[in-house]
Design a protein around this ligand. Structure first.
Ligand code: EPZ
Length: 416
């Protein structure tokens, strides 16, 4: 397994290109299964997760070509309506094939995703939505079997604005007969782009950027060409690095997707300027402890919670970080404390007592964003930090050590 070796406290300066958004492109890739033509998607990041989704599309029979960030997906050869356990257990987003295959072919068999590093991740909202649309949903030896040859529009209300359930149910509803209304829908930019793609394919979805989506079913959808939006979570990660260590300009970034995060970075003491597609951030002269509570979009994203904790570790005050989306997403805390952070957790509320400086150590990644948090901490720490099990980071960050090295960081990959 690879590890990253970091020699910290190097100033960061320069420009970094933000990749396409992982959490937008994954459902867009499965949306290509809704049509029998060739869908083209540009600015696709080369990640473990996008490679996993390519494998899944090939398993169901789609033709896939991936070159220089452009994906071509041929939905005309889909012939296997099943997502196997061995693949789904490595990536929960595999569950996104359920909506398209059920919607287009009337049946699908998907392995129930297991939990993840930080706890159970149920799919009950996804299944409730499919049943409301008229599918018969059963569980057989760890697989969800959904059958429904003629789905009908329904009124669906989620208990929580789930990103995945919203995307999955929209993709099942676009070919259903009649009108579907989804209340308490997710508004993340990833879901907005998915709906924009489906509308470009011929779907009739209204209410984008609101909590209520209305879908009028159509008979068929056509293949389209799309370009993935910038990854706001990768951008937020680099913004925090710049706020602590230097002067960084992000290219191919969307400031509108990061308003809450930019406000919090200003409170921290950093200075930023924006122009269309770009954000510049300069380090804080004096760093302030700033409380954060994660919320669904447009609130502070849970996917930046771990990274924010690393940043708060170097302030000289006390801050409170609360995660309201996942109450158990804190496996990074003991690892940050190995670097000299002083973080105490009670339920889903972490208290961070800032310290003058972190000290390098050996630490272990546990999930994508925890890894990013440990890399940030290593870049800010005195001495050497070794971050192991970085296959986690490779799931969601493209060429992360090259990008940080180009900004002046001393960071390199070592095979263990
Ligand atoms: C998406 O996961 C993202 N993944 C996650 O990013 C992100 O953390 C999450 O949304 C929240 O923003 C992708 O888009 C591929 P949810 P998803 O359904 O869709 C509960 C990363 O690091 N819930 O919005 O799985 C759930 O337990 C990843 O890139 C149910 O109870 O998240 C959680 O508490 C990690 N039942 C809350 O809703 C359900 O059926 C939000 O989950 C579905 C969800």
């Amino acid at each position: 397994m690879d590890k990253l070796v970091i020699h910290g406290k190097k100033p960061l300066k320069g420009t970094v290109e933000i990749s396409g958004a992982k959490n937008a492109v994954l459902p867009m890739m499965t949306a290509a299964l809704l049509t029998d033509g060739i869908t083209i998607i540009n600015k696709v990041p080369d990640l473990r997760d996008t490679r996993t989704m390519i494998r899944l599309l090939e398993i169901v029979g789609a033709g896939v070509e991936f070159e220089n960030g452009t994906l071509k997906i041929d939905g005309s050869t889909v012939n296997k309506l099943e997502a196997p356990y061995d693949l789904v257990k490595t990536m929960r987003a595999s569950f996104y094939v359920m909506g398209p295959l059920l919607g287009r072919f009337g049946e699908v068999k998907v392995s129930l995703p297991g939990g993840c590093a930080w706890g159970p991740r149920p799919v009950d909202f996804h299944l409730m939505g499919m049943e409301k649309l008229g599918a018969n949903v059963t569980l057989e030896q760890g697989y969800i079997l959904a059958q429904g040859s003629s789905l009908k529009g329904a009124h669906i209300c989620f208990d929580f604005p789930s990103v995945g359930a919203t995307g999955n149910v929209v993709m099942a509803a676009v070919l259903a007969k009649g009108t579907t209304v989804i209340e308490h829908a997710a508004k993340e930019p990833d879901i907005v782009q998915l709906c924009e793609m489906l509308n470009k394919m011929g779907a009739k979805i209204s209410g984008l950027n609101t909590s209520t989506l209305t879908i009028n079913g159509v008979d068929e959808l056509n293949p389209v060409e799309m370009t993935v939006i910038p990854d706001r979570i990768e951008a937020g990660t680099f913004l925090m690095a710049g706020a602590a260590l230097g002067d960084i300009t992000l290219n191919h970034a969307e400031p509108d997707h990061l308003k809450t995060v930019l406000d919090k970075l200003e409170e921290f003491g950093a200075h930023y300027t924006t122009e269309p597609g770009k954000i510049n951030i300069k380090k804080a002269d004096k760093v302030n402890a700033v409380d954060v509570t994660t919320e669904v979009y447009p609130g502070f994203p849970t996917d930046l919670q771990a990274q924010w904790m690393a940043l708060m570790s170097i302030t000289d005050g006390q801050s409170i970080v609360t995660d309201t989306v996942y109450h158990d997403r804190f496996t990074h805390i003991p690892e940050l404390n190995r670097l000299g952070a002083n973080i105490f957790l009670h339920d889903n509320v972490a208290t961070i007592q800032g310290t003058k400086s972190l000290k390098g150590a050996q630490v272990m990644s546990t999930d994508i964003r925890a890894s990013a948090s440990l890399i940030l901490a290593g870049l800010m720490a005195e001495g050497q930090t070794d971050v192991s099990r970085i296959y986690h980071i490779d799931r969601g960050y493209e060429k992360i050590e090259e990008k940080f090295s180009s900004l002046g960081a001393e960071i390199y990959r070592v095979s263990e």
